[in-house]
Design a protein around this ligand. Structure first.
Ligand SMILES: [Zn+2]
Length: 179
């Protein structure tokens, strides 16, 4: 469950980071408008905006979808690395929008993948040191099962032991006393 959430979070994080980088080269927007309500997402210069418009008198042109791309980048209103919220109301329509710097979206999305990476590294380090990968208890006296938390002490899969970083680490240890 944690792995799945971390993987999904990683995919979203990378996809958003790619959009973030693109936003410095091209401005892109896409919208949907059914005559009464319109929604738009717009990206440019490291920020992304989400806005809605609600009309009191509907247009009769039917539902429209649109996508616009423009290069070089035109300034996104408020796209200066700050969060902006805009509201505007007139006799015929109501507009509301928020502008977010991409960093504020990417940073929270990176929390799970980074935590997953750190937990995995800690577990591998503990296993390599002859300790329980779950709680870190010394397993030299009880190699089969951790007496502290009950976790079975499974040997690391072969592919894990062949990881280059692990080979490099053991080579370092073997080489260092002779230096
Ligand atoms: Zn344990």
């Amino acid at each position: 469950m944690f792995n799945l959430a971390a993987a999904m979070s990683l995919v979203l994080c990378v996809a958003t980071a790619v959009q973030w980088a693109r936003s410095y080269w091209v401005s892109e927007s896409c919208y949907r408008d059914d005559g009464t309500r319109g929604y738009e997402v717009r990206a440019g210069q490291g920020s992304v905006s989400f806005s809605t418009i609600v009309r009191k008198v509907a247009r009769t042109s039917g539902t429209k979808w649109g996508f616009h791309r423009q290069s070089p980048v035109y300034p996104l209103l408020g796209g200066d690395g700050r969060v902006w919220h805009m509201r505007y109301q007139s006799e015929t329509f109501r507009f509301s929008g928020i502008i977010l710097p991409y960093a504020l979206i990417v940073a929270p999305l990176s929390i799970l993948p980074v935590a997953w990476l750190l937990v995995g590294r800690r577990a591998r380090r503990r296993t390599a040191a002859g300790r329980c990968h779950a709680c870190g208890y010394d397993l030299r006296a009880s190699p089969d099962r951790c007496p502290e938390c009950g976790t079975p002490n499974e040997p690391a899969p072969p592919s894990d032991q062949e990881r280059p970083e692990r080979v490099a680490a053991s080579t370092d240890r073997a080489a260092s006393p002779s230096r």
